[in-house]
Write a new protein. Structure first.
Lengths: 177, 236
């Protein structure tokens, strides 16, 4: 049997399939507490990545007719993306483990021959302390790259850094899934 | 005990079938590839579940070759193929997103500055769904080759961009389909980024006379394989 098909870059012209409303996961009438997630994507020189597609998936709350669970947003000329969605709850982990609430994030861009995967957790969630992924990362600065910071009660910020910065800023933890 | 809710993970990618992140011949990877080792994450519900696209919310766009009854310029083509997993099982009712340049090698995109004509009757976005047996099909025009600034006199081979989702977050795939016999393939750092020869060649579609329509359009076949589930010991 053949193996999975090879990945190729999304390239700089993927906006032909862009529909800006996809960044709002509440547009079909989802119920629940709304949250906004914003962030900036920067490259190894600290320059904004202005042509990326950021995708968000959350397995909680379960998707249905009113909630797609999935969103896509471009990065703009400042490298910024913005999603409107519903705050996720805890998700079952492997075995008896419980995972802290999180968004799964996919990054596609020119220069990425295959997409990057990361997660955005929520600062201050008690379950973060026992989350299997967060607890597996010993370096606190690296672990911190997986945690969104509150701007207001319902607005969280999650910046993505593709490489370590000139002033030692940590590269975002990317996941091999 | 294996609980009912324990998700069945997807299989690791076969060695050599996926490009690296750091590919020096493709200049844009230089400042964008991760330098730290990726953290391995055993699949949980987050990775084994994935979005479902309802055609009522995301309507099909199965013909890219016509806008409001007016035909795009270029060589009309029909592209079809079957989406299966690594066990050969069809992936039914899954969304396929498509985008491409026009016949002159120009994207309907403000970022594309190539001095080739825009075609008012070609936008370049398609969207179809596989049927119950995993087949998809759309009509378009053959995209042109175009220059890019990766190196001196760099030209991309003719290609169509594809986006697939499959059953889980971990089966997400974005790729490009190429055309048989294109001499630019041997010069293209993006195509050549796939290390395994056989895997790379599977990105090239095949002329398919069974879907070619006389006096109308050439047919091509492009089959796609998404990750299969890891076999559990009990199922082996």
């Amino acid at each position: 049997m053949p193996s999975a098909t090879s990945s190729q870059t999304i390239g700089p012209f993927w906006h032909l399939i862009e529909h800006p409303e996809w960044a709002d996961l509440t547009r079909f009438g989802a119920t629940g507490a709304r949250v906004t997630l914003t962030g900036t994507v920067v490259d190894g020189d600290g320059n904004p990545v202005t042509d990326a597609a950021v995708e968000l998936w959350q397995s909680d709350p379960p998707c249905d007719e009113s909630f797609p669970g999935f969103g896509r947003c471009r990065t703009d000329e400042r490298g910024e993306f913005r999603f409107t969605t519903v705050k996720p709850g805890p998700v079952p982990g492997r075995g008896n483990a419980q995972q802290a609430p999180h968004f799964a994030i996919t990054l596609h861009a020119r220069g990425l021959l295959k997409h990057l995967v990361t997660r955005a957790y929520f600062d201050g969630e008690p379950l973060n302390e026992t989350d299997p992924l967060l607890s597996s990362i010993e370096d606190a600065r690296r672990r911190g790259t997986l945690v969104a910071r509150p701007v207001t009660d319902d607005h969280w910020r999650f910046d993505i850094r593709l490489q370590r910065g000139a002033r030692g800023e940590s590269e975002t933890v990317f996941l091999n899934i | 005990m294996q609980g009912e809710r324990e998700p069945v993970p997807f299989r690791p990618y076969a060695p050599g079938t996926q490009p690296a992140y750091d590919v020096p011949a493709y200049g844009s990877t230089h400042k964008r590839h991760p330098q730290e080792t990726l953290v391995r994450l055993p699949h949980t519900t987050t990775e084994t579940s994935g979005p479902r696209f309802n055609p009522a919310h995301f309507p099909p766009i199965p013909d890219l070759s016509v806008i409001e009854g007016k035909s795009a310029l270029g060589e009309r083509i029909i592209v079809h193929g079957r989406i299966t997993d690594e066990d050969g099982r069809p992936v039914p009712n899954t969304i396929v997103e498509i985008w491409q340049a026009n016949a002159s090698g120009r994207y309907q995109h403000p970022g594309d500055q190539h001095d080739a004509p825009i075609d008012p009757n070609f936008r370049g976005e398609g969207r179809v769904y596989t049927d119950d047996a995993g087949w998809y099909r759309f009509t378009s025009i053959k995209p042109g080759a175009y220059p890019w600034r990766n190196h001196h006199n760099a030209w991309r081979p003719n290609h169509i961009h594809f986006s697939f989702f499959g059953p889980g977050f971990a089966t997400r795939l974005i790729t490009q389909m190429y055309f048989p016999g294109d001499p630019l393939l041997a010069l293209d750092p993006i195509f050549l980024s796939v290390p395994d020869d056989a895997a790379r060649e599977r990105l090239v579609c095949a002329l398919d006379m069974t879907v070619t329509e006389p006096e109308w359009a050439l047919g091509y076949r492009f089959d796609v394989v998404l990750r299969g589930r890891d076999a559990t010991p009990m199922e082996a």
